[in-house]
Design a protein around this ligand. Structure first.
Ligand SMILES: [Zn+2]
Length: 121
């Protein structure tokens, strides 16, 4: 991978990381607002519980994305970024542009997804 592509993707990852951090900070503030006096009656409690679980799911997703970004940044440091973890082939700049945190080449990614579907079914 060319250095300029790497720099571009690194910037993209860092910007996304920053955005996630900001989102996490503001959702914590909102959560605090819910958990004060609004929990008096049961209807409110249910919607608060609901939004708590939505917040949780979102946060879990954010958490995973954040971990993916950190891993990608680490791989950039190690010089293994852009190589498939299974076969060491280049993942390809076009794929990385869309999925900067991709760890697998397209054929291994497809295999992985097939496996996942198999386990779910
Ligand atoms: Zn591969």
């Amino acid at each position: 991978m060319e250095a300029k592509d790497l720099t571009k993707l690194k910037k993209k990852l860092l910007a996304e990381r920053e955005r996630l951090l900001n989102t996490a900070a503001s959702s914590r503030k909102n959560e605090f607002a819910i958990s004060t006096e609004d929990l008096a009656d049961e209807a409110d409690l249910t919607s608060a519980e609901l939004s708590q679980s939505v917040v949780f799911t979102l946060r879990e997703k954010e958490h995973r994305t954040m971990a993916d970004i950190d891993e990608a940044l680490q791989r950039m440091e190690d010089g293994t970024y852009g190589l498939c973890e299974e076969c060491d082939e280049e993942i390809g700049p076009r794929r990385l542009e869309i999925f900067p945190t991709a760890r697998l080449c397209i054929s291994h990614q497809e295999e992985e997804e097939k496996k996942k579907k198999f386990y779910i079914a």
